[in-house]
Design a protein around this ligand. Structure first.
Ligand SMILES: [Ca+2]
Ligand SMILES: [Ca+2]
Ligand SMILES: [Ca+2]
Length: 210
């Protein structure tokens, strides 16, 4: 039998057998064989990252494919439909709360658990601070628990920035300017002031993805 090699595309070789050579069993039918499993219909993988264009949401960037690590770069690195920092985050926020009460400043160092979930266009999160129950000043000024949550969890760009609501179990709440950014350290910072007495919350924390 005589074989003719045809090369299709850049990586596919199709071997087409044609013509009679008179060997026994040859029926004269045209036969097609394909080398090493490749075919002319193989889905393209332009960036050669092992994921063809049917599953690779950015087939021109080998760092982007299903299972890749999502980083804060404006791209959906892992092709799950959510751009940047998606998923659950948690950590501990170090909060220094300084209250001026009857003209005298009081400072309290708190370690406050942070939990959050980054969705398609939202970052919902909660910081819960529990002042020392044995500290009468802290209990009087801060309450038995302080909760910090975003007023609007919508996210655009590389930083959540907005107003956080600081609420005390003592019954008061107030606004706080806050931001969470991932560009350098995973950090959050909160600043707040109250009308009844001056209170500044200065919070920073490193958050990690669960
Ligand atoms: Ca690819
Ligand atoms: Ca993603
Ligand atoms: Ca990303």
């Amino acid at each position: 039998m005589m074989w003719t090699l045809l090369t299709l595309g850049c990586s596919t070789t199709t071997v087409i057998g044609g013509g009679d050579t008179g060997d026994a069993g040859d029926t004269g039918d045209t036969a097609i064989a394909v080398d090493s499993g490749d075919s002319g219909e193989a889905p393209r993988d332009l960036d050669a990252d092992g994921y063809d264009y049917t599953v690779d949401c950015l087939d021109l960037n080998a760092d982007v494919h299903p299972g890749a690590t999502e980083i804060w770069n404006g791209l959906d690195d892992d092709c799950d439909g959510v751009i940047d920092a998606d998923g659950a985050w948690s950590g501990s926020i170090a909060v220094t709360a300084t209250a001026v009460y009857e003209g005298r400043p009081y400072s309290f160092a708190l370690s406050c658990p942070f939990v959050g979930t980054r969705g398609l266009d939202r970052f919902d999160w909660t910081v819960t601070c529990t002042p020392d129950p044995e500290d009468e000043d802290a209990q009087r000024m801060l309450g038995s628990s302080l909760t910090i949550t975003p007023e609007d969890a919508a996210v655009e760009g590389q930083t959540w920035e907005g107003t956080a609501i600081v609420a005390s179990t003592s019954g008061w709440d107030t606004d706080a300017a806050a931001e969470i950014g991932w560009s350098t350290l995973d950090a959050a910072r909160f600043v707040s002031s109250l009308s009844a007495f001056s209170l500044t919350l200065d919070a920073k924390g490193n958050l990690s993805r669960d």
